[in-house]
Design a protein around this ligand. Structure first.
Ligand SMILES: [Zn+2]
Length: 828
């Protein structure tokens, strides 16, 4: 074998050197070179990223362990699912197994330290012949993912190099660093919408169920130098207690290693909680989640920070020593080298703990696994009834659970549960199973604890959102069952329903408005030039009825061929002789999506959802809008979730960003010129759909006849950081086509509307609308509109008080957005 080169020999510079970054091809090159030269490292390409970069995993252990990897994996699987494991076998498993550790780097691509450091860590483990390395190799299996977002690494490196040596050096790119999700790419750990998440879950997590998962991040420049757990409350009660204590044990081990290495400014038990599964797949699959957050430099350029510039937040006092912040950092130079050093020490301490306390981690797995098989408290199971408004959405929900390693069963007979009768064919999800906690947290309604000491205090804010209930988010009926019941069950085989064509050969075909798949189908037909309409009222078909807004297809040459593809998506067609009453003709919409010069994750998710459902669109930059003549290019302009000031002023309105550090092209927002162009567009019959906070722009700058009574309220008076709320809908309005009278929406710090002139499409009820999560000041919402349709000029503005496509998760409200697009572009 060839000698293992050091990163310096391979790259020509030391990791962490000022103004030096290894890019993705270089990192992959280094990993390949080490794997080719070391019998301690095995390298695999797990697949390709969203934009086609290799997505790689290195498995690092002793040569002996790597030779018996399958056997060791078998032991690990048995520990995690210890059904029928007797005490003697348990002893043997613990004696022979290894601690499995997954380290993932730089999911947030401007947080460059992790990926750079990973090469140093690989080198140390591949070449060290001391006791520390020997013990780690002997007792652990390290799964090392040098980047969870290789596309972002490329984008950030290109951006950094482009401006190196100029006055624009060291900034973050003013666009999302993951094609669709940007910074939200680590909020996808239960929906698995992104290719990178799916690769990691299917090919790493579910293959190994690591006991320890370490995810390496960076934060702002002026807070603590480094953060590791313990987490603050609240922690989701579905996270096993052994994971909660293991997290603190590990976090403090790492903090202690940094202190004994003389590293100052390390902070624990601060800011970060353990509430949402969106960031923590492992919390429901037997693994602790260790998060580290290093203070950032200017990407790879060093910064100088004076002591008085350091900022305290949420109880952190930069210059005061505390039990959870033992050695304050007094300011000075801070560079990528510091970040890489802290992270390397932390990673080695983590691996050292995993190796030294191997038995503890393995016994922990057994204990967690046993408790999963005999969970304390209820419910006993969840039932997903066979009859659903949208069977395709129900199937997607079950696919999410299946991806989360949840075992799903089909009732082979009718049964009674909690006094309710269910027919055969319903899906049963028992909670007592190895990963039943994942099912439970995803299917139950969240009750977020109000941690304030006094009712009038400002809210103790969660780190992220407070609700995830999948059934509500996806518009799928899911029933928790408290008591045990008897029913013959068989493992569920997930087959998509194939639709059928009733009454072939007719001049018109109806298909339902309540299916998500119908939008794909509608866009398929529009794409090849068929005429489509939406029905005005209820339509009788065969034995049943279609809700208002059913799609009507005019038959023509080749209809059967397209219908033949469409039925595979589960859509039924009903042939009729007469054209029903038509609300409007659906034309192929010309959609523009506003793309501000700043990284807006919501804009990325919006593009993703539009693409997935077959909408064509163009991204419009501030320059594109300011140029005017919008009506010649688009029918509908969608403003993704973004604050009013950021829409108008761009980067200038972003806290901490300095537009003068960017080329002029990136400095602008819509400005007055852009707003004039949008008003002109509305005057000419164009439409604007404003999502969530962007509604503030429509209200203020487009002068629509609505106001937001929530504006200006203090957090003590009104606060919803991400919860699921109930709305009532006018199901005859084209934006609400296909919905029942009541639906759930994902509310996240949004507005709500008092409409002066126009239609209230969806409204909050006169009672507490909370379905899942947390609400403070619910009275403020009573009777306000959640979706409003407002005429402006010859066009219209549609306001959404929530992001209907939220993180590609809130699938139950996608159709409101799609309906709005069809409605707005129809010109009615
Ligand atoms: Zn991060």
């Amino acid at each position: 074998m060839r000698a293992v080169p050091s990163p310096e020999e391979f790259l020509g510079f030391r990791i962490g050197d000022d103004r030096k970054l290894a890019d993705w091809p270089e990192i992959v090159g280094y990993f390949s070179r080490v794997a080719a030269s070391s019998d301690r490292v095995k390298l695999e390409e797990l697949g390709r990223s969203t934009e086609g970069s290799p997505f790689i995993l290195a498995t690092v252990s002793s040569p002996e362990n790597l030779r018996r990897l399958e056997e060791l994996r078998g032991i690990q699987m048995r520990l995690c699912d210890p059904d029928g494991v007797e005490p003697e076998e348990a002893k043997r498993l613990v004696a022979r197994g290894k601690t499995v550790v997954l380290i993932t780097c730089s999911i947030h691509s401007t947080e460059v330290g992790g990926s750079q450091m990973s090469m140093g860590l690989l080198h140390r483990l591949a070449t060290g012949d001391d006791d520390e390395v020997g013990e780690i190799l002997e007792n652990t299996i390290l799964l090392l993912v040098p980047s969870l977002n290789p596309d972002g690494n490329r984008l950030v490196c290109d951006w950094y190099r482009r401006y190196l040596g100029t006055k624009y050096e060291g900034t973050s790119p003013p666009m999302v660093y993951h094609r669709y999700a940007g910074h939200d790419n680590n909020r996808d750990w239960f929906m698995f919408a992104l290719q990178e998440t799916r690769l990691t879950v299917e090919k790493v997590h579910n293959v190994w169920h690591p006991q320890i998962v370490y995810d390496i991040h960076q934060m702002g420049q002026k807070g603590p130098r480094f953060y590791v757990p313990p987490y603050i409350d609240p922690i989701d009660p579905n996270v096993d207690p052994v994971l909660v204590s293991g997290t603190s044990f590990m976090g403090l081990t790492m903090a202690d290693a940094l202190a004994t290495a003389g590293k100052a400014g390390v902070n624990t038990h601060w800011e970060f909680d353990g509430w949402t599964p969106a960031r923590a797949y492992q919390h429901y699959h037997g693994g602790i989640r260790i998060l580290s957050e290093a203070a950032s430099a200017d990407v790879a350029s060093p910064v100088e920070i004076r002591a008085e510039e350091l900022e305290g937040e949420r109880g952190f006092k930069p210059l005061e020593a505390r039990w959870n912040h033992v050695m304050p950092w007094g300011g000075g130079r801070w560079s990528l080298r510091d970040i890489v050093d802290y992270e390397f020490i932390a990673a080695m301490a983590l691996l050292g703990n995993a190796a030294k306390h191997r038995e503890r981690w393995l016994r922990g797995s057994l204990e967690i696994g046993r408790r999963a098989l005999n969970p304390p408290g209820g419910p006993y199971a969840f039932v997903v009834p066979k009859k659903q408004a949208d069977h395709g959405a129900a199937r997607e929900l079950l696919e999410v659970l299946g991806m989360g390693a949840v075992r799903l069963f089909e009732a082979e007979e009718s049964f009674t549960a909690d006094g309710v009768e269910y027919p055969e064919g319903c899906v049963v999800v028992p909670v007592a199973q190895p990963y039943g906690r994942f099912a439970k947290t995803m299917l139950e309604r969240q009750v977020y604890p109000d941690l304030r000491k006094n009712p009038g205090d400002p809210p103790e804010v969660p780190y992220d959102v407070t609700a995830q209930t999948l059934g509500l988010q996806m518009g799928v009926d899911v029933v928790p069952v408290r008591d045990r019941f008897e029913c013959k069950l068989a493992p569920l085989v997930l087959n998509g329903k194939i639709g059928s064509v009733h009454g072939a050969g007719k001049p018109w075909y109806l298909f339902p408005s309540e299916l998500l798949a119908s939008t794909r189908v509608a866009n398929m037909f529009l794409g090849v030039g068929f005429r489509l309409f939406r029905a005005q009222g209820w339509e009788e078909v065969g034995e049943g009825e279609l809700k208002p807004g059913a799609f009507i297809l005019e038959s023509g040459e080749g209809t059967e061929k397209v219908m033949g593809e469409a039925v595979n998506l589960g859509v039924d067609f009903y042939g009729v002789d007469e054209l029903p009453d038509v609300a409007f003709e659906v034309v192929k919409p010309r959609v523009g999506v506003y793309k501000a010069w700043l990284p807006n994750a919501d804009e990325g998710w919006l593009r993703m959802v539009l693409e997935e459902y077959g909408f064509e669109f163009q991204s419009l930059t501030p320059q594109d809008v300011r140029q005017g003549g919008l009506a010649g290019r688009v029918d509908v302009l969608i403003l993704p979730d973004l604050g009013r000031d950021q829409i108008v002023d761009g980067l200038k309105a972003v806290k901490g960003a300095d537009p003068m550090r960017y080329e002029e092209v990136y400095r602008m927002g819509l400005g007055e010129e852009g707003t004039r162009a949008v008003l002109e567009f509305l005057g000419e019959g164009g439409s604007v759909i404003a999502l969530n906070k962007a509604s503030g722009y429509a209200i203020k700058d487009l002068m629509v006849a609505a106001e937001n009574p929530l504006e200006g309220l203090k957090e003590q008076e009104f606060y919803i950081p991400g919860s699921i709320l109930r709305v009532t809908l006018d199901e005859t309005h084209p934006i609400a086509y296909g919905y029942p009278r009541e639906a759930a929406v994902y509310f996240i710090s949004g507005p709500a509307f008092k409409v002066k002139e126009g239609y209230e499409v969806a409204k909050y009820p006169e009672a507490n609308p909370l379905l899942s999560g947390w609400i403070l000041g619910e009275k403020q919402l009573r009777g306000l509109a959640a979706v409003a349709d407002l005429p402006v000029g010859r066009g219209r503005v549609v306001l959404f008080g929530f992001p209907p496509h939220f993180r590609n998760q809130a699938r139950g409200t996608f159709r409101m957005l799609f309906n709005a697009i069809y409605y707005c572009s129809s010109g009615v």
